[in-house]
Write a protein that binds this ligand. Structure first.
Ligand code: TIU
Length: 223
């Protein structure tokens, strides 16, 4: 059964039987001091307003037994999947793989690379470790979604213009319909937050739809 969710540029036809919640990179490395986000010169407090709306949406999603997938940006401990170009970027005195207060920066298995406790995955929720910004690049996300019969994605997380936008674009090219709740995505830069969302919904929904989590929550629990 379809449920029409109020969205821009026009209502999103939510089909709970084939829609997954995809939570992008809600990691300590992006949301807490001492991690990758701060290493790049950002004020991590900018992103923390996304935690509570994500927590509420995740709770409602789980209560309705709908599928959830989490992603984490990060690299192998030996950094063999780290492009030299990405290691060099930023020109700061710290780089990916260096020691920080939450362990080695953006390295899999380190405390900083893990998901924040407020949104921690539960058993049965796939966690996709990705080396890039897009969640489809060099991961098994596409195969997992195909096996699950998923054709729609509600995409949340950080940051709006980087990993969320890249993933929505990748998903759009692969035939997925993507809905982005604006209060559940965040940027270190207010103007990028606004334009990142504009870019998704412009031109008749060139990459997808934008809504508010309240519009999704109004359809849950499912009738
Ligand atoms: N720097 C920045 O805004 N974002 C990232 O590097 N990764 C994600 O967005 N996850």
């Amino acid at each position: 059964m379809h449920h029409s969710i109020e969205a821009k540029p026009y209502p999103f036809e939510f089909d709970p039987g084939c829609c997954a919640l995809l939570i992008i990179d809600m990691q300590r490395d992006f949301l807490e001091p001492g991690g990758f986000g701060e290493m790049l010169g950002n004020d991590v407090s900018q992103l923390r307003r996304t935690i509570e709306p994500n927590r509420e949406l995740l709770a409602a999603w789980r209560a309705n037994q709908l599928p959830v997938i989490h992603t984490r940006e990060g690299h192998r401990a030996d950094l063999s999947d780290l492009p030299p170009s990405k290691k060099m970027r930023g020109k700061g005195n710290k780089t990916i793989g260096d020691d920080g207060p939450m362990g080695r920066i953006l390295v899999r298995g380190e405390p900083g690379q893990d998901i924040i406790p407020e949104l921690y995955p539960v058993p049965g929720e796939p966690v996709i470790d990705k080396p890039g910004k897009g969640a489809f690049f060099a991961t098994d996300l596409g195969a997992i979604l195909s096996h699950m019969g998923i054709t729609q994605l509600v995409v949340t997380g950080v940051t709006t213009e980087v990993c969320v936008n890249t993933t929505v674009r990748e998903a759009n090219d692969r035939g997925f319909n993507c809905l982005v709740p604006e209060d559940c995505v965040g940027s270190y830069f207010p103007e990028f937050q606004r334009m990142g969302l504009e870019m998704i919904k412009a031109q008749g929904g060139i990459f997808g739809w934008v809504t508010h989590s309240s519009a999704i929550l109004s359809k849950l629990p499912l009738l």
